[in-house]
Design a protein around this ligand. Structure first.
Ligand SMILES: *[C@@H]1O[C@H](CO)[C@@H](O)[C@H](O)[C@H]1NC(C)=O
Ligand SMILES: *[C@@H]1O[C@H](CO)[C@@H](O)[C@H](O)[C@H]1NC(C)=O
Ligand SMILES: *[C@@H]1O[C@H](CO)[C@@H](O)[C@H](O)[C@H]1NC(C)=O
Ligand SMILES: *[C@@H]1O[C@H](CO)[C@@H](O)[C@H](O)[C@H]1NC(C)=O
Ligand SMILES: *[C@@H]1O[C@H](CO)[C@@H](O)[C@H](O)[C@H]1NC(C)=O
Ligand SMILES: *[C@@H]1O[C@H](CO)[C@@H](O)[C@H](O)[C@H]1NC(C)=O
Length: 385
């Protein structure tokens, strides 16, 4: 017992010394698509890119929230909801700093109850870098997301009544972005006319041009700490595997993976250019494709029973009918209703499960240069601008 107390005191002393290791981030702002969306499309009248029905959200929130997965996304884990450590004794919990920023759960930015003082989630499922991506589905495009953020930043500045404080708040906040999957997967790969007239490299350059504008706009509005997540394995989703099988390909959809790799290479170059153009901004680049590939190659270690089929949906790879939708009469496949999501890498035909997100998040938070460079999210969160 006495020994235990001594240990506790030592741990307490060490914790004091680690004060500067804590997050100094006062707010988190997320932008992009369904990989981060916390339910914005629910607030868009007539948006068809919605998943506000069961079994979405069944795992953590126990209700559909508009998130495109069974539970939390990377934005949620980063704000608050990552578990700190698996040690059984509470004293050790103090010794290891939390794996999150310690902020309240980020609300969708379009939620009338959103309080932007600790940030907000502007991401919208189905959206892309191009205004035209999912335009008909009624989504909140990247440029609209930035426009709303600009209004929020002005409002916060006014409310603070002190320009220097507001500037500091906006520069210490963390901005995370992921976008591009839908531009490639929907706008380009589902349009053969476009593919015949615009080459992949040309199309990707157009996307990078928009990404550049997005990052520069956030910088102009005061952002100084940013994490950009590359595209994952676009061609290995259950839906891509289904498309591949109809094209007599087995396994992943080569064309989608190639476009993803091309996009990531161009994004890396853009980030390198921006780092030298904007020396006052810290930009971390999350190597989501590396992380995801590592998980795919080590699936049994992580307890996944399937990395190819969706947990929820129906048809080949459970990708013929989308999760939570009705199968047509006499559909010859069994419907998977989303049981045991932690055994699946993919929740629905395009989106990872919560447990897959948590594995990716762990590496973005504390991983090495193969996962995120030049610093990880934990390091970024302790940097004083
Ligand atoms: C939504 O759809 C209804 C019915 O089609 C239409 O009357 C309304 O104008 C639409 N609202 C928006 C914001 O597009
Ligand atoms: C938002 O939350 C902060 C801190 O919790 C509070 O001071 C502020 O009044 C809230 N703003 C609104 C508009 O509710
Ligand atoms: C496909 O691309 C062509 C050429 O850019 C465009 O005119 C057309 O509207 C696109 N089709 C769809 C369904 O988006
Ligand atoms: C797939 O293979 C079958 C049989 O070899 C052939 O008839 C069909 O045209 C192929 N489909 C595509 C999209 O290449
Ligand atoms: C990003 O935009 C800026 C300003 O328009 C421009 O100077 C720069 O060359 C662009 N970078 C890329 C990689 O497009
Ligand atoms: C799988 O993960 C474990 C634990 O992280 C690691 O020790 C092992 O090297 C990994 N194997 C591969 C093939 O990545």
């Amino acid at each position: 017992m006495f020994r235990f107390l001594i240990a506790a005191l030592l741990v307490a002393a060490a914790t004091g010394a680690l004060e500067s290791e804590r997050s100094v981030v006062p707010a988190l702002f997320a932008f992009g698509d369904s990989l981060l969306d916390a339910g914005n499309n629910v607030y868009i009248a007539n948006s068809s890119a919605r998943v506000d029905f069961p079994p979405y959200g069944e795992t953590f929130f126990h209700r559909p929230t508009g998130r495109f997965t069974n539970g939390r996304t990377i934005a949620d884990f980063l704000g608050k909801f990552a578990k700190c450590c698996s040690f059984p004794f509470f004293v050790f919990q103090f010794a290891t700093s939390a794996m999150h920023l310690g902020l309240p759960l980020l609300r969708p930015s379009l939620d009338p109850a959103a309080n932007f003082s600790k940030g907000a989630n502007f991401a919208s499922g189905g959206s892309g870098l191009l205004e035209s991506t999912s335009f008909d589905a009624g989504v909140f495009s990247m440029s609209s997301q930035i426009k709303q953020f600009s209004q929020v930043a002005s409002k916060l500045t006014k409310e603070m009544g002190n320009a220097a404080h507001a500037k500091q708040f906006l520069s210490q906040a963390l901005y995370i972005i992921t976008s591009g999957s839908n531009d490639i997967g929907i706008t380009y790969l589902e349009n053969t006319t476009l593919q015949q007239t615009v080459k992949p490299q040309e199309f990707v350059q157009g996307l990078i041009h928009e990404y550049n504008k997005t990052i520069l706009a956030l910088h102009r509005l005061g952002a100084r700490k940013m994490a950009i997540f590359e595209l994952g394995v676009l061609g290995c989703t259950p839906f891509s595997r289904l498309v591949a099988s109809t094209m007599n390909e087995t396994g992943c959809l080569t064309q989608a993976n190639q476009m993803g790799v091309l996009f990531n290479a161009n994004l890396e170059q853009l980030v390198r250019d921006l780092r030298s153009q904007l020396p006052d901004m810290k930009i971390a680049l999350g190597k989501t494709l590396n992380i995801f590939t590592g998980i795919l190659n080590n699936a049994t270690h992580y307890g996944f029973a399937s990395t190819t089929s969706a947990c929820c949906g129906a048809g080949p790879f459970n990708a013929g009918v989308s999760c939570g939708r009705k199968a047509p009469p006499n559909y010859p496949y069994k419907v998977a209703t989303g049981k045991k999501p932690s055994r699946f890498l993919f929740w629905d035909r395009v989106h990872p499960t919560e447990v897959a997100y948590s594995l990716v998040f762990k590496q973005l938070w504390g991983g090495d240069l193969g996962a995120i460079e030049p610093f990880n999210l934990k390091q970024l969160s302790t940097m004083i601008d």
